[in-house]
Every structure is written in C-alpha cells, then in structure tokens.
Design a protein around this ligand. Structure first.
Ligand SMILES: Nc1ccn([C@@H]2O[C@H](COP(=O)(O)OP(=O)(O)OP(=O)(O)O)[C@@H](O)[C@H]2O)c(=O)n1
Ligand SMILES: C[C@](O)(CO)[C@H](O)COP(=O)(O)O
Length: 243
C-alpha cells in the first residue's frame, strides 16, 4: 500500500504526554501521627485520597503514579485509578527519582511532562493543577506553584532576631512542580538526594523554573496542628459544594 503520510509529518515525534507522580513514601515524623501521615483520616477519608482527587479531575493527564515504600499495602484495598510503584527511597528526592524510572518503565517518554506533588498536600484543587499546566506547557523549562511571603521575614541567631530579610523576591515553594521527565531525572542524578524539591534539582543544573502563583490553602500537612486546619477546609468545601 502507498504511504500517503506527508513528508513533513514522517519524523514528527508524538505529542508529549502529562503524568502526575505522587511521592507517598514518607513517615511523617514531624506530624506526631501513629503511622504515615498520608494515610491518616482527614474529613472522612485517608489524606492521600483527597490529594489524588485533584488529579482525577484533570482529564488531560495520561496517568498518575503513586510512589510508596516497599511492603506498603495501602493501595491494594483501595479502588483508585492510579499506578502504584513500591520504590520509595530514604529521601523524598530518591522516591521521586525512582518514580520517574518507574514511569519510563511503564512506557512514558523522556520528553513527557511530569507533575510531582506531595501526598501530604491534600488541599490541592483541579483548578490549581490546570493553572500550573497552562502556564508551564509553553515554557522551555517548566515550573512550580509557589506563594509570595505574606509576613515579615526574620533571620535568627540564638533565639533572637539578627535581622529583617527583604522579602520582595522571596517565595515559598509548593507542589505540583512540573518538568520534562528526562530533564528532571538527569537533574536529580546530578543534584543528589539532599535537594528538597524538584526545582532545586533543576536549579542545580542551571535552569530557572517558572514561579506560578499558588494558594495559601495548598499547604503541606507537616505538624500535628495542620490536620485540624486541613479537616476544616475540606469540610467547608464539601458544605459549599452541596449547599
Ligand atoms: N523518603 C521519602 C520522604 C518523603 N516522601 C513524601 O514526600 C512528601 C513531602 O515530604 P514531607 O512532608 O517532608 O513528609 P515526610 O518525610 O513523611 O515527613 P517528615 O519529614 O516529618 O518525616 C510526602 O508526601 C512524603 O510522603 C517520600 O515519598 N519519600
Ligand atoms: C517539595 C516541598 O513540598 C516544597 O515545599 C518540600 O520541600 C518538601 O518537604 P520537606 O519537608 O522539605 O521534605
């Protein structure tokens, strides 16, 4: 049969897909919870299931991969449309690196985009995910949700104020953080396990990720008191959606 594909399309790579990767292999040591904080019940269900809902509502994602610790059986008894990889590492960076490899093993392409999001940020909304994607897709590097500092910033020495820091150019890094899968994996390999977010790895290799305005509600449940705030916001959202 004659190949009628126009010559200009023959070597065109397939369009890049979008994936979400959820590092979910932490222990939550600062939270004071009796088990991993991402599985604690918040507003009627385990925290990570609220987190995953924001991605379930974004149809342009090719898939969602959750990285759990070896031996973690949580997702075996849960009906969630996600891929699960039991390749969590000893640091968040290692969990993300291993998860990127799991995505490549599942057929993702190095040119695909990946949105890395903490399981412990359970207040993320579909609108915030879409906003990040819309801002980053046309960008050469990618970027992250982040928040301008709302308060005056102090530097401390020995429990006393040693100075007031200019906050005009300071942002709090949130997640998701969206980069090309292969570029992020190479950056993490170069930067090592000590980096605490994906942007830091990209910065390490000389990139300048895009800062995309996030929301104060997209906080990371870290300390004991954060559970109550997350619960209150989630319950208020349910109430306003049903009234
Ligand atoms: N080795 C690790 C450490 C963290 N995480 C995940 O990365 C996210 C952000 O990490 P953080 O809030 O610091 O979680 P923990 O490491 O669980 O908490 P802590 O530092 O208090 O022990 C969480 O969703 C956590 O499950 C991970 O997948 N693998
Ligand atoms: C990735 C992150 O959520 C950005 O703020 C954060 O760095 C992860 O938390 P950690 O406490 O630094 O592990």
């Amino acid at each position: 049969m004659t190949d009628t594909t126009p010559i200009s399309l023959k070597n065109t790579p397939p369009p890049a897909r979008l994936w979400a990767l959820i590092p979910c292999a932490g222990t939550g040591s600062r939270s004071g919870a009796s088990g991993p904080k991402q599985y604690q019940s918040v507003a009627g269900k385990p925290m990570v299931l609220h987190t995953l809902q924001a991605f379930a509502d974004v149809p342009r994602l090719a898939g969602v991969l959750v990285v759990v610790s070896a031996g973690d059986t949580f997702f075996e008894s849960v009906n969630a449309p996600v891929l699960v990889a039991a390749c969590g590492g000893s640091t968040r960076a290692a969990s993300v690196f291993n998860g990127l490899q799991a995505l490549l093993d599942q057929g993702a392409d190095a040119q695909d985009w990946v949105l890395v999001h903490d399981a412990a940020r359970c207040l993320l909304t579909q609108q915030q995910v879409d906003h990040l994607i819309d801002q980053c897709l046309p960008d050469a590097v990618g970027g992250l949700l982040a928040l301008k500092l709302p308060d005056t910033l102090k530097r401390e020495e020995g429990g006393r104020v040693a100075g007031t820091v200019d906050r005009a150019d300071k942002w709090l890094a949130q997640t998701p953080q969206m980069f090309r899968l292969g570029a992020l994996q190479s950056a993490l390999l170069a930067a090592g396990d000590a980096v605490t977010d994906e942007s830091s790895a990209m910065e390490w290799v000389g990139q300048r990720p895009l800062l995309v305005e996030g929301s104060a509600q997209n906080f990371k449940v870290t300390y004991r008191q954060d559970f109550a705030l997350a619960e209150a916001i989630l319950r208020a959202r349910t109430l306003s959606a049903t009234s």
